[in-house]
Design a protein around this ligand. Sequence first.
Ligand code: HEM
Ligand SMILES: CC(C)=CCC/C(C)=C/CC/C(C)=C/COP(=O)(O)OP(=O)(O)O
Length: 303
Amino acid sequence: MNDAATENDIPAHLTASARDYASLLKPRVMSLSIFTAMVGMVVAPGPVPSWGLAVLSVIAIALGAGASAALNMWWDSDIDGRMARTAARPIPTGKVPAAEAFGLGIVLSALSVWLLALSGGYLAAGLLAVTIGFYVVVYSMLLKRRTPQNIVIGGAAGALPPVVGYAAVTGAAPLEAWLLFALIFIWTPPHFWALSLLKKGDYEAAGIPMLPNVKGDAVTREEIFRYSVALVVLAPMLAVAPLAGWLYAAAAIILGAEFLRRAYLLRRSPDNTGAGGLFGFSIFYLFALFLVLLIEHWAGFHG
Ligand code: HEM
Ligand SMILES: CC(C)=CCC/C(C)=C/CC/C(C)=C/COP(=O)(O)OP(=O)(O)O
C-alpha cells in the first residue's frame, strides 16, 4: 500500500491530526500576544498576589487567544482558501470541518473567560471577552471585507492583551495599562501593511480591500511611514509612567531609530524593497521592547 493511494482513499477530514487542530489556534502569531499579556501582569504595581493564580490567568488568556483564532478561521475559511498564504489551513483543505472549528472556538472562548474570572477577576474576564469579540466580530466579521481601515480599528483587539494581563493581577485598568495598549495599537498598521504590500495578489484574489489594493502601494508606504513616526515618538514616552525606566527608554530610542530607518527606506522604494524586512523587524521590535520591560521589573528597577 503506497502513501499516495492511502491519502486519496481517505476523506480529508478523517486524516486531521492534532497538529491541524492546534494550527486552528494560530500559535505562532498568538505567542507574542500572550507574551505582551504576561508582561502586562508583571509590570502592574505591587507583588503578584499569587503565582498559582497568575499561571492560571496566563493559561486562560492563551486559551482565549487560540479560541479567537479558531473563530476567525471558521468565519474566514472561504477567503483563506483563495489566498496562497492561507490555502493550506485545516478548514480550506477539508481536514477540519468548519463546524468543528466553530465549536472549538466557542467552547474555548467560554472556558477561557470563565477561568480568567476565577483567577483574575471579573474586569480581566470582561476585557478578555471584549478582546475575543473585537477580533472575531468587529475585525473579522464587520471590517475586514469592507474597509481598508480594517486593521487600524480591528487592531484594538491585538492591543488589548497587556491590559487584560494588568487587570488580572490588580483588578484595575488605569491609564498606564492603556499606554501599553497605545503602543501596540500604533505598531499594528506598520506591522501589517508591510506584509500586505507583499501579499497584495492574495488579497486581490480574495477580494479583501487591504490598503495597497484600494489606495495603491505609494499611499501604503506613506501611511506605514507616518505610523512609524508616531510609534517611535510614543514608545520612549512610556518611560514617564511608573511602568518603564531608563533601560526601556534607551531600547525604545535605539530600536525606534532602526524602525524609522527601515520605514523611510521603504517609503522611498517604488518596488517595495524592504517591506519583508520591516515586517520581520516589527515583530522583533515589539518583542524586544516588552522583554526589556520584563527585565527591568525582574531586575528590581521598579517596585
Ligand atoms: C489587526 C491586527 C493584525 C493583523 C491584521 C496581523 C496580520 C498578520 C499576518 C497576516 C501575519 C502573517 C501570518 C502568517 O504567516 O500566516 C502576521 C504575523 C505575525 N503577527 Fe500579526 N497581525 C496583527 C496584529 C498582531 C499583533 C497585535 C501581534 C502581537 C502582539 C502580532 C504578532 C504577529 C507575529 C508574532 C507574527 C509572526 C508569526 C510567524 O512567525 O509565523 N500581530 N500578522
Ligand atoms: C487574548 C486574545 C484574545 C488575543 C487576541 C490577539 C489578537 C486579536 C491578535 C490579532 C492579530 C491577528 C492574528 C491578526 C490576523 O489578521 P487576519 O485574521 O486577517 O490574518 P490571516 O489572514 O492570517 O487570517
